[in-house]
Design a protein around this ligand. Structure first.
Ligand SMILES: NC(=O)c1ccc[n+]([C@@H]2O[C@H](COP(=O)([O-])OP(=O)(O)OC[C@H]3O[C@@H](n4cnc5c(N)ncnc54)[C@H](OP(=O)(O)O)[C@@H]3O)[C@@H](O)[C@H]2O)c1
Length: 461
């Protein structure tokens, strides 16, 4: 009888797989995502072979915080989050695990304790797709910190929780669940935890777990697809409320899951760089350690895209010469505007900055986790098989390296995009670094959230 049920399940799975294979979204994922991750690896290779400015950062040991430093990781009950939690607990951090299932949380604690007996862990149940739940979590976390022997602050926040949903689902606030989890939750949680991060006696880090898929719409292949009008695109990139909340997708006949996942990740990047800019402007980032007074700005055409302008700046004195992470200053719209912003930004914000909150992005590459849980089992198995053959697939243990690099990078690395492990960084897509778009997205998100319980919680910003 059990065998019969298994056969029936297998047939159902194959039938579902057939539907997936016949959809454009599936082929978009297969082609564009493979191309995107290959492009990221190519960038890494190109930088290490031909460029003298490959940027890689060493890991620093946990800072000296009264008692032990605290790291909050969302979505730590599985995959990359679990691996990261385990590694950072070995580094001496008190790990705050955030997950939506009580049972998975206690299983996770048992697992990590099994690997590392001395791990100090605390689990909080929160559904990150619900704003009310995030607010409750923030309150419980703060209370727990006050009641504990720890310093009432956070040293690392890792926004890792994410989903790849294949059917439309709405959150309590009416947002699309995939955008709600992958982008809006990171926005809300980061803003709510900023006071705790800024109370840290040492430099605090915020790490957003992004994805190579953010490149998908902007690669050459995507352009070709769009030219051929094989499918409609969410790009342009629209940052109106209907799109950012995902409401417009909830009512669409065919849920464009691959596009929405890409969209949620590019929003996460735009948000990361915008917050980084804002922290810089408020003088709250270590990003730039400037001693010299004069800067040379070189504007030169980007060899690879031929359409984006790149700005590189160097201090004049030779002992101050540094190549900075200038992602936030890249602008394809108006290089002069960027230069003005550069000057203003430098004079306004970064010299002699004393505080601490830094923002990095980690892209783990393609990792064999539960991320494809909504897909037919045979399809995810096939995808992992092919990716392994292409040598693109990693285990969560090696995939987490980029996240650990970002979390343990030394002060002064804010705004970096970690990819490929060994502390290495590459550039995210030019669009993800578009300051104007990031600002518009920020405004739209704030407007959208003003009708939710989040509005009453705005303690700062
Ligand atoms: N795997 C990859 O190839 C890959 C590549 C690039 C980026 N990423 C990103 O890496 C991050 C981690 O993904 P993964 O690959 O490790 O996938 P995973 O194994 O499915 O883990 C996702 C984690 O997020 C949690 N989560 C999902 N929705 C949540 C919610 N509403 N509230 C609280 N927790 C929630 C899950 O909890 P439950 O166990 O309760 O569902 C799980 O612990 C994601 O942001 C993903 O987009 C993954």
């Amino acid at each position: 009888m059990a065998l019969l049920w298994r056969v029936i399940d297998l047939i159902k799975d194959l039938w579902r797989a057939l539907f997936f294979i016949c959809s454009i979204q599936f082929w978009r994922m297969t082609l564009l995502w493979t191309f995107s991750v290959a492009y990221s690896h190519f960038q890494l290779l190109k930088d290490s072979l031909f460029s003298q400015k490959i940027v890689s950062y060493p890991r620093s040991s946990p800072s000296t915080v009264p008692n032990r430093p605290v790291c909050v990781i969302t979505g730590a009950t599985s995959g990359l989050g679990l691996s990261t939690a385990c590694k950072l607990s070995k580094e001496g951090y008190v790990i705050v695990i955030v997950g939506r299932s009580e049972q998975l949380l206690s299983e996770t604690i048992t697992k990590i304790k099994g690997w590392h007996e001395d791990a100090r862990l605390k689990a909080f149940q929160a559904d990150l797709s619900s704003i009310e739940s995030i607010i409750k979590f923030k309150n419980s976390l703060r209370q727990w910190l006050l009641d504990s022997d720890l310093h009432c602050s956070i040293q690392i926040l890792i926004n890792n929780a994410g989903i790849l949903a294949t059917s439309p689902r709405a959150t309590a606030e009416g947002f699309d669940q995939m955008i709600g989890t992958n982008y809006i939750s990171a926005f809300v949680l980061t803003k709510l935890l900023l006071p705790l991060l800024e109370s840290s006696p040492v430099s605090a880090k915020i790490v957003n777990v992004a994805s190579f898929t953010h490149r998908a719409d902007f690669t050459t292949i995507a352009l070709l697809y769009n030219l051929l009008k094989l499918f409609s695109s969410v790009t342009g990139l629209q940052v109106d409320e209907g799109t950012v909340s995902g409401k417009r997708f909830l009512s669409s006949k065919r849920y464009p899951y691959a596009q929405i996942y890409e969209y949620s990740k590019i929003c996460l990047l735009l948000f990361s760089f915008e917050l980084h800019r804002q922290l810089c402007q408020m003088g709250k980032s270590h990003q730039i350690f400037v001693k010299g007074t004069c800067f040379l700005a070189n504007v030169y055409a980007d060899m690879y895209t031929m359409s984006w302008l790149r700005i590189a700046c160097q201090t004049r004195k030779s002992h101050d010469r540094k190549m900075f992470k200038w992602e936030q200053l890249y602008s394809y719209e108006n290089s002069l505007e960027s230069l003005v912003h550069l000057w203003l930004g430098l004079t306004k914000c970064c010299i002699n900055s004393t505080n601490k909150s830094e923002f990095s992005v980690a892209d783990p590459g393609v990792v064999q986790t539960n991320i494809m849980r909504d897909f037919p089992v045979c399809l995810s198995w096939l995808a992992f098989f092919v990716l392994k053959r292409l040598r693109l697939l990693q285990s969560p243990e090696s995939g987490k390296e980029a996240i650990i690099d970002a979390a343990l990078a030394p002060p002064g690395t804010s705004g970096a995009y970690f990819f490929g492990g060994k502390g290495r960084t590459i550039n995210s897509s030019a669009l993800s670094r578009n300051a104007k778009l990031a600002h518009e997205l920020w405004e739209t998100t704030c407007n959208m959230l003003s009708v939710t319980p989040f509005d009453n919680e705005k303690e700062r910003f």
